[in-house]
Design a protein around this ligand. Structure first.
Ligand code: FDA
Length: 392
């Protein structure tokens, strides 16, 4: 079989690339080894797909080259994708912070992408894995489950390593290596952090306790959002966000009272409630079980009037920068994304084409561009897919 463009991976990036290339009149085939198209889109956003973020800028992405994503993101913006969603009459809403979700179901986004593929003449095949790829003088010969396919352009859109049960594979990285591309070390991102030893013992019976707003910080990076204690460690949006910036050994600090100078607050409370115990005062600002644990484990619990200013300020400093020693992450099993991947130095930022092998393209999560939580990763998939789709 002969096509102009063969795309490996019918996820967000691959389908968007197929639509753009098909609209340009290219003969396009998209193959995916999974038994169903768009599994990650279907499970995303709790089944409602957080399909973009209206505030997406290059600053919301991690990459060894922070400039790489700029061109593609500028040429295909959240508003371009919103226009597509509106064209298909899919109802959506903003949850918070520019995060757009379907009102009904992420199935609508998959349906929309498949309808657009069909309209542009692109063929999409599930249950079709790829075994081998060979360079030929005309392009590429690709050994698939349905036989050999010859293509002028080959687009690798096979995603990252997160959620192997959903079809994730290291295939894209292997292919990159085969064609001489450098890879940056991969690791799980947007993932809960685990605690171990005494650190886990201190917190494990708090599993289920949630704080609606903390600020999680690693170095200069901070995220203000919710935190949840789990049986194995800590999760919640603030932790998922900071997990992409955290590596074992890094100092992780949690501001448990991010809108307040906790020391000054405690000094005020001592005047207002001199007989109240510290754990009662803390229990008004924090979940009671957490306040109690802090007092049992770290602070000496006494009536407020027995504390000196310096002691309360010292407790305040700790509350505003609580040190938590994480031992690791839950890994790819639960991670939303994979950090690292195909080094952008080897790719054109305007087309995603390999600088080494003409006709070879890498798009989406397989590339070393990873977004924050909140619709940014799909926006990168759409934008990089569109950039390649215009060039293949
Ligand atoms: P994607 O993983 O979507 O697609 C790759 C495809 O390639 C898969 O279909 C796979 O089966 C196929 N494939 C792999 N190896 C192959 C091979 N050898 N042969 C053939 N096919 C192969 N992001 C966001 O912006 N908003 C959100 O709400 C969410 N929610 C979310 C929830 C959960 C649980 C996860 C795990 C992830 C998210 N994400 C997200 C992240 C988002 O899903 C992710 O960044 C994009 O799907 C990446 O798109 P890609 O097309 O690059 O890969």
């Amino acid at each position: 079989m002969k096509v102009d463009v063969l795309i490996i991976g019918a996820g967000a990036a691959g389908l968007m690339c197929a639509i753009a290339a098909g609209q340009r009149g290219r003969r396009v085939l998209v193959v995916d080894h999974a038994n169903k198209i768009g599994k990650k889109i279907l499970m995303s956003g709790g089944g409602r797909c957080n399909f973009t973020n209206t505030g997406a800028t290059p600053a919301n992405y991690l990459s060894a080259n922070p400039h790489f994503a700029k061109s593609a993101l500028a040429r295909y913006t959240p508003w371009d994708f919103i226009a597509l969603v509106e064209k298909h009459r899919i109802a959506y809403h903003e949850k918070e912070l520019g995060q757009l979700f379907c009102d009904d179901s992420s199935k609508q986004i998959v349906r929309m992408l498949l309808d657009e593929c069909a309209a542009s003449g692109a063929t999409v095949e599930a249950n079709c894995g790829v075994q081998r790829v060979r360079k030929t003088p005309e392009g590429f010969a690709v050994h698939t489950a349905r036989g050999e396919v010859h293509a002028e352009s080959l687009v690798v859109a096979s995603g990252g390593l997160s959620i192997p049960s959903m079809g994730a594979s290291g295939f894209g990285y292997e292919l990159a290596r085969q064609f001489g591309h450098a890879l940056l070390p991969t690791r799980a991102g947007l993932v809960p952090l685990t605690l171990s030893g005494k650190h886990q013992e201190h917190y494990q019976d708090l599993a289920g306790v949630a704080l609606p707003a903390v600020e999680a910080r690693v170095g200069k990076q901070g995220f203000r959002a919710g935190l949840l204690f789990t049986h194995r460690g800590i999760s919640g949006p603030a932790i998922l966000q900071i997990s992409s910036y955290w590596q074992p050994g890094d100092d992780l600090r949690i501001d448990l009272l991010p809108d307040r100078d906790a020391g000054a607050h405690l000094v005020e409370q001592r005047t207002a409630r001199p007989l109240a115990e510290l754990k009662t005062v803390l229990g008004d600002a924090l979940p009671k079980r957490l306040a109690q644990r802090l007092c049992e484990q770290w602070f000496d619990n006494r009536p407020m009037r027995q504390y000196r200013d310096a002691e309360l300020n010292q407790i305040g400093v700790q509350l505003n920068a609580w040190p938590i020693t994480a031992s690791g992450t839950e890994g790819y099993r639960t991670a939303e994304v994979t950090l690292g991947g195909v080094d952008t130095d080897g790719l054109s930022s305007s087309t995603m084409q390999s600088k080494r092998v003409p006709g070879l393209y890498f798009i989406g999560e397989v590339v070393d561009v990873t977004g924050w939580l909140g619709g940014y990763n799909f926006q990168w998939a759409w934008a990089s897919g569109q950039a390649a789709g215009q060039a293949v």
